[in-house]
Ligand binder design. Structure first.
Ligand code: MG
Length: 382
């Protein structure tokens, strides 16, 4: 099998996510938005797709780095093709991002699944045909009845448990929200949620990402008392030694990371080797795709630690189900004012439908399992 064409379509849709001055998403009125459909097509007409952001399909990036490494090549050799593009990253002047690597890798895996008639989660190892999801809340806000107070989080957590979730992760308050950042307010929300859901629901926290060591330790000690499963990214991740220090000072609470640190699987290996985390993070959009995510998960398995997948969507779901050592799929971001279950205009179904017991059941369809509305996309091209 050989790759014939590499194409991209940018299309318009609406979004009800409003970004604050630090970039965090909150519920808002419907506004125009755009996304991109990246497609790799074989000479036999099999297509693999990745949904991504419009800047990732910059024609100059596709022409200079992506097409020369894919056209005419065998798409089944996905990791070799990943390396072919990756090696251009160093001298690309920042143009070739990890997101572009991820987009190509996801489309290749979707194509491999469709060509073989198999779902990607099975091709990656097929460990679970259903994965427990954790409810991942949006960051705190100042919306009345939203996520403005510890009581708001507690009330919403009760609703999430009724919906079927057995695990919940709070995102705390971040600037520019009034009073943020404040470890005491974060701890109050965590205590209110623990009180509301009782001892049997797994809880995690993703707080403000720029706390000091002493604030991160104070907060981690409160989470230990509340029996939280993990805390992620309470400090800038470029300082790995700060995470070594934090992990060594928190014996009961797991530190999960790195999530946003650059360096793909190599960085994750360094964090595990140096004891900077108790669970390691991957995410197809953070580390350059499925292939690097598999390396991270298998590396973690060698040390008997879990590899927790960051972010939503079909690619992350396939990794979470494919490997033996991922505990949860991250479902979100969720907010009392948003309907997460409703498909986007360009979807026939959402990627991660969840049952009333809190499991996302993996689809038995070839490829990544995305159910896209290609007619909508073609009718709304930019
Ligand atoms: Mg996070």
């Amino acid at each position: 099998m050989r790759i014939e064409t590499v194409t991209a379509k940018v299309f318009r849709h609406s979004s009800t996510i409003a970004r604050d001055s630090d970039g965090h998403g909150h519920p808002g009125p419907a506004v125009p938005a755009s996304s991109a459909l990246f497609t790799i097509t074989s000479y036999t007409g099999v297509q693999g797709h990745a949904l991504t952001r419009a800047p990732d399909v910059d024609p100059a990036v596709l022409d200079r780095f992506v097409r020369p490494n894919l056209i005419g090549q065998d798409p089944l050799r996905a990791d070799k093709l990943w390396y072919g593009i990756y090696k251009w990253q160093r001298l690309s002047g920042g143009l070739l991002t990890d997101r572009v690597l991820a987009m190509v890798d996801l489309a290749l895996w979707d194509l491999i699944g469709k060509a073989s008639g198999q779902p990607v989660w099975k091709l990656l190892g097929g460990h679970k045909d259903k994965v427990p999801a954790y409810a991942s809340t949006m960051c705190g806000d100042d919306l009345p009845g939203g996520l403005a107070t510890p009581d708001d989080y507690a009330r919403y957590a009760e609703w999430l448990v009724q919906r079927g979730y057995k695990a919940i992760k709070l995102h705390g308050w971040m600037p520019p929200m009034p009073g943020a950042p404040d470890v005491r307010k974060d701890a109050a929300a965590c205590a209110a949620v623990r009180e509301a859901v009782g001892p049997d629901i797994r809880l995690m926290l993703d707080p403000h990402h720029f706390y000091s060591r002493s604030d991160a330790l104070w907060l981690g000690q409160r989470l230990e008392a509340l029996d939280f499963l993990w805390m992620e990214e309470p400090m800038e991740e470029a300082s790995m030694s700060s995470y070594q220090w934090l992990s060594s000072n928190l014996t009961r609470l797991n530190i999960l990371g790195p999530e946003t640190a650059a360096g793909k699987h190599w960085t994750r290996g360094e964090w595990v080797r140096n004891g900077a985390c108790d669970m390691v993070r991957t995410g197809v959009w953070d580390v350059g795709g499925i292939n690097p995510s598999l390396k991270i998960a298998h590396m973690a398995e060698c040390f008997h630690i879990s590899c927790e997948v960051h972010g939503t969507g079909a690619g992350n779901l396939a990794v979470a189900a494919g490997v033996p050592n991922c505990t949860y799929y991250e479902r979100g971001l969720l907010h009392p004012f948003l309907d997460y279950e409703a498909p986007k205009e360009y979807q026939l179904r959402i990627d991660d439908e969840m049952d009333s017991d809190g499991y996302v059941n993996l689809r038995d369809m070839p490829g990544l399992g995305q159910d896209l509305d290609f007619d909508y996309i073609d009718a709304n091209l930019i």
